[in-house]
Design a protein around this ligand. Structure first.
Ligand SMILES: [Zn+2]
Length: 108
């Protein structure tokens, strides 16, 4: 799975940027009012962050964007909830299998 460059959350366009690293060695950051999600590629100057960890960070910050848009401030500040929810999303998206046995597009 590739991390997208742009998503929409509640009608708001969110730019998704990969950055070399973030302050305090954060893995990701969501600035909802600015419409930006950043995903770090390095934990510190020398430690690359794995691709699946970056994908998890993308979903983590997306969950923050969703909860922030919903005004669910308590849940948005509950990192355990956000980590668990985003980990489920990561697992689902990384394990998606499609039926490739025919060309029936349009049917689920
Ligand atoms: Zn978080």
């Amino acid at each position: 799975m590739k991390i997208p460059v742009r998503i929409k959350v509640g009608g708001q366009t969110i730019e998704v940027r990969k950055v070399e690293r973030l302050d305090r060695n954060y893995l990701g950051q969501c600035r909802l009012a600015e419409g930006v999600i950043e995903v770090a590629e390095k934990y510190d100057r020398n430690t690359p962050i794995s691709e699946t960890c970056q994908i998890n960070s993308f979903f983590h910050e997306t969950v923050h964007a969703i909860l922030g848009t919903m005004g669910e401030d308590d849940l948005n500040n509950n990192e355990k909830f956000v980590c668990t929810f985003s980990s489920f999303l990561t697992e689902i998206f990384l394990s998606i299998e499609y039926d490739t046995s025919n060309n029936n597009l349009g049917d689920n």
